[in-house]
Write a protein that binds this ligand. Structure first.
Ligand code: FES
Ligand SMILES: [Fe+2]
Length: 388
């Protein structure tokens, strides 16, 4: 008699507390306590743009005077979408009856009402505050009285002569399409999973990164003030040790040193793994560099070719991060997992996330939100070294 067959296995079930991001969900409320990138500076124009962030559909625009705005789509009057609105000097005007809303949602004109709307100051289009930094637009979508100051990041302090910060919105590091169609946590957890590197990237699909990355690392996982870090030592044939520190930090940051073997020192980029909804995310990355053209070339290669050029048979033969993580499910079936010793980082990360979710639910502030400039520095120590 065959035993333990697939017959009768339980239906998939996932940890919704850690994965769901909509308004009022536990993780969604945690993520809303931080500034989140919602687009490139150039995405906000005088043509209204539909975006989804944390399960909310919103309209991004930029007034003719240059102020970016992020508003709920449905007009506060009777619900026509501001996607069809026209952007003016001071705001966006609804197509239906012409109400005009500023970037902060205030109602500036009601042209069909007497005197342009005697009580228009009582109307507010639902909106979110925005902050532009490093070529990205960040939104604060949390409770207004808990809005933190915009953070600084230690690895971006003291830029050298000629260095600048550059944005990227193509989900660098996710190894697939720009809009990645599965739950954000699968990707975030992958950052503290160094053991997949020698397998998936080092041998299984050919060499996708530097060949030294194919050495099975000795790994320590550590809790940090903001999340979890792994310290990976790879003993190379020539007697030297290649050490990498990789970290994730709240709210959804990935800090991964450059995987090219000749780039040493502190990590030069921060990625935000931004959930668009429960089953899609996009990674926005900020780099410090003198050479922004090099950013465009940071893509996983499959026998020398970019992911988008491969057909289905090639994807099957040469899977990368996208294939591995997408195939875990739109949201991974947590109940069916068998976590092993190499998953210590993932267990630490889930527990850390849960503690911060609980803190927010209990009315506390999560780690890394600051209300004064002095406290707004996020210390990161992801880096790569050659020892010996
Ligand atoms: S629905 Fe927008 S002005 Fe009437
Ligand atoms: Fe990977």
């Amino acid at each position: 008699m065959p035993t333990e067959t697939a017959y009768g296995r339980p239906a998939p079930s996932h940890n919704s507390e850690l994965t769901h991001v909509g308004p009022g969900t536990p993780a969604g409320e945690l993520l809303r306590r931080y500034w989140q990138p919602v687009g490139m500076a150039g995405d906000a124009t005088t043509t209204p743009r539909r975006i989804s962030i944390l399960g909310e559909d919103l309209i991004l625009f930029r007034t003719r005077k240059g102020v970016p705005g992020l508003v709920h789509p449905n007009c506060a009057h009777r619900g026509a979408s501001l996607y069809y609105g026209k952007v003016e000097d001071d705001g966006i005007r609804c197509c239906y009856h012409g109400w005009l809303f500023g970037a902060d949602g205030s109602c500036l004109d009601q042209p069909c009402e007497p005197e342009g709307g005697r009580h228009r100051d009582r109307i507010r289009q639902p909106w979110y505050p925005l902050h532009e930094w490093a070529g990205l637009i960040f939104a604060y979508m949390g409770p207004p009285d808990r809005m933190p100051v915009f953070p600084r990041f230690s690895i971006f302090e003291d830029l050298a002569e000629g260095e600048e910060l550059y944005p990227d919105d193509r989900s660098i590091g996710a190894g697939g399409p720009t809009i990645v169609d599965f739950n954000w946590l699968q990707h975030w957890e992958n950052v503290v999973d160094p053991f997949h590197v020698p397998v998936l990237h080092g041998s299984f699909s050919g060499v996708q990164l530097a060949s030294e990355m194919g050495v099975l690392p000795e790994v320590e996982f550590e809790l940090t003030a903001h999340g979890v870090r792994s310290v990976q030592d790879r003993r190379l044939d020539d007697g030297r040790t290649y050490r990498r520190r990789t970290e994730v930090a709240l709210p959804n940051l990935r800090i991964v040193p450059n995987p090219l073997l000749d780039v040493f020192g502190p990590a030069d980029s921060i990625g935000w793994v931004v959930p668009l909804d429960d089953t899609a995310f996009r990674v926005y990355t900020v780099f410090r560099t003198r050479n922004p053209e090099a950013i465009a070339k940071i893509r996983t290669r499959f026998e020398g070719r970019p992911w988008a050029d491969l057909d289905e048979a090639e994807h099957q033969r040469m899977p990368g991060d996208y294939e591995a993580q997408k195939s875990q499910g739109d949201i991974t079936d947590h109940a069916a997992e068998h976590l092993a010793t190499t998953d210590r980082g993932i267990v630490m990360l889930r527990r850390f996330l849960k503690r911060q979710i609980d803190a927010v639910a209990a009315g506390q502030d999560p780690v890394g939100v600051a209300f004064t400039e002095e406290e707004a520095l996020i210390r990161l120590d992801a880096a790569a070294f050659m020892i010996g």
